[in-house]
Design a protein around this ligand. Structure first.
Ligand SMILES: O=c1ccn([C@@H]2O[C@H](COP(=O)(O)O)[C@@H](O)[C@H]2O)c(=O)[nH]1
Length: 275
């Protein structure tokens, strides 16, 4: 089953638009795990097992693993998700994009080494820099459009002129270009931050029902109601609303996995009340 089919099935099966972000920060782990050499895998696997029936996807962030040489733990974690929770797609948050010859290796790394079902991509280098990902029709290509951070305004809001002479903001141009030109295989999604609900509505208008990955609720303070109202598709889905720290570190104690489950359930319910 390809990524888009997995996502549609997970939305329906778990009645959920929640994506749990897996951003391990060992200094925030419970005391019992701190001296465990396999703590990164164990912590994340416990969160996965506690929340898998409440989510439409998991999103491990690669820097949180690579910074401490835990790539092998990431590989095992993704294999664990596929083996224990088949049908829950994994989006590798790696924000890749480079000249074509290098991009081909990045695609191989994400999909063949790590076994991810989708990967986040930076569109700044242009189409050839993400073409090896677009060509994997069974995998998701999740392109940054209007990111959740304060600096998103610095470049993404600049007014640009397109080939036809029309003017629009850069993020609007990215949304339209991905939807109309890069999505030939129907495997594209966009990242739009929850912290910019007006821009989210704007992107939804531009791209129709294309799925949107929306980080920025929870620790970054995005408004869940505004995200759902402005970002849902005509079918009341179309969103992967991602939260990492607010779920992972809901408790610093031995009950961290139960607390993560409670936080994921609360987010799922808050989203579903607005759908
Ligand atoms: O625009 C973006 C794109 C990616 N992210 C990533 O999402 C999570 C957010 O973590 P929280 O703890 O829920 O704030 C993190 O991995 C970022 O790298 C984003 O925040 N904004």
């Amino acid at each position: 089953m390809g990524f888009m089919q997995m996502l549609e099935a997970a939305w329906a099966r778990n009645d959920s638009l929640v994506c749990v972000g897996l951003d391990p920060e060992p200094q925030r782990f419970p005391a019992a795990l701190r001296d465990d050499p396999d703590a990164v895998f164990r912590f994340c696997a416990a969160i996965v097992d506690a929340t898998a029936d409440l989510v439409c996807a998991f999103k491990p962030q690669i820097a949180h693993f690579a910074a401490r040489g835990a790539e092998e733990a990431l590989q095992r974690l993704i294999a664990h998700i596929h083996a224990q929770h088949p049908g829950v797609p994994v989006i590798l948050d790696a924000k890749r994009g480079d000249i074509g010859s290098t991009a081909a290796y990045y695609a191989e790394e994400a999909f063949d080494r790590y076994g991810a079902d989708a990967v986040t991509l930076n569109p700044y280098l242009g189409r050839d820099a993400v073409q090896p990902f677009l060509d994997r029709a069974d995998k998701g290509a999740v392109l940054l459009c209007r990111t959740s951070n304060p600096g998103a305004r610095d470049l993404q809001d600049l007014v640009v002129r397109d080939a036809a002479g029309g003017e629009r903001r850069l993020y609007q141009h990215v949304a339209a270009t991905v939807a109309r030109e890069w999505n030939a295989n129907g495997n594209c999604l966009l990242v739009v931050g929850a912290t910019y609900p007006e821009e989210l509505a704007d992107v939804r208008r531009i791209v129709g029902d294309m799925p949107l990955l929306v980080p920025g609720v929870g620790a970054q303070g995005g408004d869940v109601g505004a995200v759902v109202r402005n970002g849902r598709s005509a079918a009341g889905t179309g969103l992967l609303i991602s939260s990492s720290r607010a779920i992972l570190y809901a408790s610093a104690g031995a009950d961290y996995a139960e607390a993560a489950r409670d936080a994921a359930l609360a987010l799922r319910d808050a989203i579903n009340r607005c759908r």
